[in-house]
Design a protein around this ligand. Sequence first.
Ligand code: AMP
Ligand code: ZN
Length: 466
Amino acid sequence: MKVFNTMTRQKEEFVTINQGKVNMYVCGPTVYDYFHIGNARTFLVFDTIRRYLEYRGYEVKFIQNFTDIDDKMINRANREEISVKELGDRFIQEYYKDADNLNVKRATVNPRATEFMDEIINFVKDLVDEGYAYEVDGDVYFSTKEFKEYGKLSGQSIEDLQAGARISIDERKKDPMDFAVWKSKKPGEPAWKSPWGMGRPGWHIECSCMANKILGETIDIHGGGIDLVFPHHENEIAQSEARNGKVFSKYWMHSAYLNINNKKMSKSLNNFFTAREILQRYDADVVRLFMLSAHYRTPLNFSAELLESAKASNERLYNAVSNLERLLEEVKVESLMESERDYIKNLDSYKEKFIEKMDDDFNTADAISVIFDLVKDINTNISVNSSKKLVEYVLDLIRDLGTPLGILQKSTVYDLEEEIETLIEERQKARKDKDWSLADKIRDDLKARGIVLEDTPQGVRWKKVN
Ligand code: AMP
Ligand code: ZN
């Protein structure tokens, strides 16, 4: 398996520290609000990477933190006149609701920064004792020039970084590139007792500390969105490797940004959607199919048209599944027929191709194409004359390939019926309300999916036509 490593800027053979095991840490959300679809891309990408590693037989420890103390948390908590803890509790619950609805597997652990305060303080103490950090008036800064490899992840030399630094506002820092690992308490801020007085940790230190505490000094994969390469991950490396004298992570993986209508999403432009808003309109399978239709290192544009096209793709896949499920009820031959043996071998080649694509740095875009090729093949070659064994085999194969992508896991027959019944009720209500255009739209949409409604004296009936 090949993985692109941001550190070396190339695809490398994936070899874990302990055979068969993967320890990975992904930077998670700051829990001051609902997460947006940009965040969702990063969460879905790493969820898929984790699922695929499991699919390939690795035992994966997947850690994703909650940043529950920082400026954004403090500002919102103060605005709402609640404690930072209450704000964090609330948006962690909201995170789980949305992530569960996106079919994101729960992490092995979701550590919260505020629950690791003793460990964080000890980590900072070690850095001060070893001369990598210094205190000024209750603040503690990491001394970047003490860590000779500073800049190695983002590929910048200390000199370049200094030349580019326009942030030398803080006169008390020894060097403009130095960054805070501990911040002294300011009025209205929550604070913890430390050897440098009351204060709170900087952002970068929480990840260094929690990764170390939960997974050990060297981990297999560290990930996050591309914006985290500098300074967040650069600073994590400096802190962890200075303290432990060991490589922090073997592989550094970063997912590209999700833009909206070809523009960067931002709060000030007000051009973003929360994941929740999108999930109200689209099924998780559709959102995942859309997000995984591009390679994770390629920027992806979010638009209504692209989501609609993902929706149509998803329907094509589920139609195939529901046809197969119907065939299970209709086929006449139970066991595999002699003439089907070669065909099964042919089907296995799709799985081999799928694995080949995913093994190549998680190429989900090409892997999804393989699933579509498979569906096309079975749509033409599986029929009521196939054996039950073969239909079962094909269904298992589709579900199997969907597992690492987190799609195609739903039971379709039941869902389809329920969905149609709900739409029929909506149409009846529209007709009662004399909303003829809505009633017609529901009927036409169903027709486009091959479902025809018949108004009979006994009520509305539906049938599927091909
Ligand atoms: P935050 O809550 O802002 O710290 O972000 C949580 C995660 O989402 C980080 O890994 C970010 O890199 C990632 N992220 C933020 N915005 C985007 C975006 N537009 N596209 C993809 N990932 C993003
Ligand atoms: Zn982090």
